[in-house]
Structure formats: structure tokens, C-alpha cells
Design a protein around this ligand. Structure first.
Ligand code: URA
Length: 434
């Protein structure tokens, strides 16, 4: 079928043949199908959805639009983790060395922060010298020799997704579950993985605000992975408040190192253990979550997990001394305590609003070309369930640009909700899906 006929068929709710989808996507990647036709197709998919066969063909066509890396020279089951993104989500920084220290090779291609969510690459680049722009050959070598490598998206991995995402961004077709699932999975499957753990975040700081949407996204991605012969497990995890106590690049690196030293906040520690534990099971290093937990705790207690992070940092050009002397990480000019305006208990923290406040400080970008200030961000003193008095510090802001401070203080105070009674605790792992 011609592009016009395909768009019309999808618009009218018909099922498209895999070969037609493949040809349409290939022609879009080569510039033969113009952007306006792909935009119309995405809008038709937004309203009509895709069945499993269509979605499989759509994802495979995006995956095969570029290189699919071969890591077969690294022995063992290669397992990565993908998070749909949140505020204070620094799990990749602790998970990759922890999994590698327990014997699971971790090939990880990560993204940058945009809007209210942070990105692993920005966090890593706050370590002096750390390089995320390694060649594919170096990436392959470091996965084999060190056990983990964390780099940025290359131009040759799933180029159809890059082009398509930019188009969806300006045509109101980003928030469409089949398009999100195929976008994420095409990039992850191109990395050379055997298995994948998904962290689908749910709540005010997440892409998916509702549990049922998160569940649908997770099962859609699991279905795509399974159809391509990969093992995929998804955890739905709480993002109704920031994870851990830090938001901002260098501050999050410090907390990640604390995790590997066994002294990070409980929610972040649990999230790392839950996700890494699934990787150990998928990677054949543990028979179940309990056995995985014992292995991980031993890796932390013995110092092996932190040592693995030092090895990764050194191999990627960074200064490993910064993991022991935090003064070597970027530091803001000053710190400011943001006081509470009400007595009571913290009943909620609007994580998206807090993420946007961190972005306003300079910790994140509004548009892809913005500069990121690695030093700035927040250290939270109050989280949901804590009691608070007027004037007490909700958090400490690490600030470089005084002009932004007044607006940021207002945003933080608005993001915190207080009430007369403590809110019930929300479990961190809401569901496990396979
Ligand atoms: N992240 C992605 O990689 N793709 C999407 O479509 C949405 C979030």
C-alpha cells in the first residue's frame, strides 16, 4: 500500500500488515516518506492504537533502522535497566556497578535530562573527566573487561526513533503508549542486551501519573521484548515524591556513592536493590530475590560494589578520587535553607514541581541545547510522613545564580503539601510484572 492508503487504513481502524509498516518506516528513515505523512500516521496510531503484530513490526523496523550491537564476545547474560524517568532517580549510578560487581555484565546506553526529570549522562558528567561519548568499540570492550559501560545514544542506534521522537514532540503524539513503548524498546534492544529490567515510575514526578497507565505501558514493553526473544521484567515503582534525598547532578552522584557504601536513604536503597536483584536473577547469578539480596548486600559490605564504580569511572576517563572526596565534585557558591510555611506533617511533595524548581536553578534543561549546572540542586530534609514546623528547613538549595533564588523558594514551598495528620506510607515497589 502507498503511504496515503496506509494512513487512511489506520485512521479508519484497520490493521496494517507488518510488511507495509516496515516499508513505511524504512521510507521515513530514508526521507522518502515526508514528516507530514509520518505525523498523520502517529496521530492515527494515537487514536486507533496498534495490535501486537503491528507493534512488533513497528518496533523491529525502528530497531533495524540502524546498528544492532553484538556483544557476544562478552560471556554471560547481558542485562540492562531502563527507567521511564523521575525526580532524584539516580538508580542507574548505583545499579550498574552493583550488578557488575555481582557478575552481571551491564551494557547501558542512557539519556540526558529534559524538563523535570534528570538524565544519567548529566549526572555522570558531574564526575570530573567522565566521558559518555565513547566509541562503540570502547563500549563493547569495557562491557567485556570492566563489566559495565554507561554511554550516550550514538547516531547509528535506532536513528528512526530519533527522527520520530522529534516529530512526535511537536505534533502532540508523545503521550501515546504504543509509540512510547516502541521508542524505548527499539533503543534498548539495539544495545546488545539479552534481558532487560524496566522501572516504570508512577506518580506526580513520573511520565505515567496513574497506576493503570503504567501497567499498560509495562505490559506493552514486556510483550515487545518477549516477541523479540528477550526476557523482560517490569517493576512499577512509586514516584509520588522524589527518590532519596537529593535532586541535582553532583548531589545525586554523592548519594549514589553513599548507596554503594551502604549509607543512603532507605527508599533509594530499596529501589536499587529491587531492580538490581531482578537483573541478578535474569542474569543467572541468583535463583530468586532473596538470594540476590544476600549477594548484593555482600558486594556493598565488602566494598566490591564501590570498587567496581571506581573501575567504571577510571575506565571512562573520570577521577575516581571524587568518589571518596566529594569536594572534588562541582560545588555551588552557596547553600540556602528553604523554610516551611505551615506546621503539621508533610502529606505530599509534588515531584514534578520540585523537578521543575531544580531545573529553574540550572540543574536541568528546558530545551535540548540548554547548559546544565552540575553543582546546583536540592538536599531534602523533609519527606512524606515527616513532621514539620513553620520556619524549619524543608530542604537545602545549592545555588549559583542568585537571580533565580526567589522564584525557586516559592516553587519549593508550593511543591510541599502539609496536613494535620501523617499520610499512609506508599510502598516503593507497587507491582512486579513479567
Ligand atoms: N522515552 C523515550 O525514549 N521515548 C518516548 O517515546 C518517551 C520516553
Amino acid at each position: 500500500m502507498r503511504p496515503y492508503e496506509l494512513i487512511k487504513a489506520k485512521r479508519d481502524g484497520q490493521v496494517l500488515a507488518p510488511a507495509d509498516i516496515r516499508a513505511f518506516m524504512d521510507d521515513f528513515t530514508r526521507g522518502v516518506v515526508p514528516e507530514y505523512q509520518m505525523a498523520a500516521m502517529c496521530m492515527a496510531v494515537f487514536f486507533r492504537g496498534m495490535n501486537a503484530d503491528e507493534l512488533g513490526a513497528w518496533t523491529q523496523a525502528m530497531l533495524e533502522s540502524g546498528d544492532v550491537l553484538d556483544l557476544s564476545d562478552t560471556p554471560g547474560t547481558k542485562v540492562d535497566k531502563h527507567s521511564t524517568g523521575g525526580v532524584g532517580d539516580k538508580v542507574s549510578l548505583s545499579l550498574a556497578p552493583l550488578a557488575a560487581a555481582c557478575g552481571v555484565p551491564v551494557p547501558m546506553i542512557s539519556g540526558r535530562g529534559l524538563g523535570h526529570t534528570g538524565g544519567t549522562l548529566d549526572k555522570l558528567e558531574s564526575i570530573p573527566g567522565f566521558r559518555v561519548d565513547l566509541s562503540v568499540d570502547d563500549y563493547r570492550r569495557l562491557v567485556r573487561e570492566v563489566g559495565a559501560c554507561l554511554i550516550g545514544q550514538t547516531a547509528t542506534l535506532a536513528p528512526a526513533d530519533k527522527k520520530l521522537y522529534a516529530l512526535r514532540d511537536v505534533t502532540a503524539t508523545v503521550d501515546c503508549i504504543p509509540l512510547i513503548a516502541s521508542s524505548i524498546m527499539s533503543k534498548k534492544l539495539a544495545e546488545g542486551i539479552d534481558a532487560l529490567v524496566l522501572d516504570v515510575k508512577v506518580g506526580s514526578g513520573a511520565f505515567m501519573k496513574k497506576l493503570e497507565d503504567a501497567r499498560t505501558l509495562a505490559t506493552t514493553m514486556i510483550g515487545i521484548g518477549r516477541a523479540m526473544g528477550k526476557q523482560v521484567v517490569a517493576l512499577l515503582t512509586d514516584m509520588s515524591q522524589p527518590l532519596g534525598r537529593t535532586v541535582g547532578n553532583a548531589l545525586e552522584v554523592m548519594e549514589a556513592v553513599d548507596m554503594l557504601k551502604g549509607c543512603a536513604p532507605a527508599d533509594y536503597t530499596e529501589c536499587t536493590y529491587a531492580l538490581t536483584g531482578q537483573m541478578l536473577v535474569l542474569g543467572g547469578k541468583a535463583k530468586d530475590a532473596a538470594e540476590a539480596r544476600a549477594l548484593m548486600e555482600d558486594a556493598v559490605k565488602s566494598g566490591r560494589a564501590l570498587k567496581k564504580f571506581e573501575e567504571i569511572v577510571t575506565a571512562q576517563g573520570g577521577n575516581p578520587k571524587a568518589l571518596h572526596d566529594y569536594a572534588l565534585l562541582p560545588q555551588a557558591d552557596r547553600t540556602v535553607q528553604v523554610p516551611a510555611t505551615h506546621d503539621g506533617f508533610v502529606t505530599g511533595i509534588d515531584a514534578e514541581a520540585l523537578g521543575l524548581a531544580a531545573m529553574a536553578l540550572g540543574a536541568g534543561r528546558e530545551k535540548a541545547s540548554d547548559f546544565v549546572d552540575h553543582a546546583v540542586g536540592f538536599v531534602l530534609h523533609k519527606k512524606v510522613g515527616d513532621s514539620v514546623k513553620v520556619g524549619e528547613a524543608l530542604l537545602t538549595a545549592h545555588v549559583n545564580d542568585e537571580d533565580r533564588l526567589e522564584d525557586v523558594v516559592r516553587r519549593v514551598q508550593r511543591a510541599y503539601q502539609t496536613g494535620p495528620t501523617a499520610a499512609a506510607k506508599v510502598p516503593l515497589v507497587l507491582e512486579t510484572l513479567r
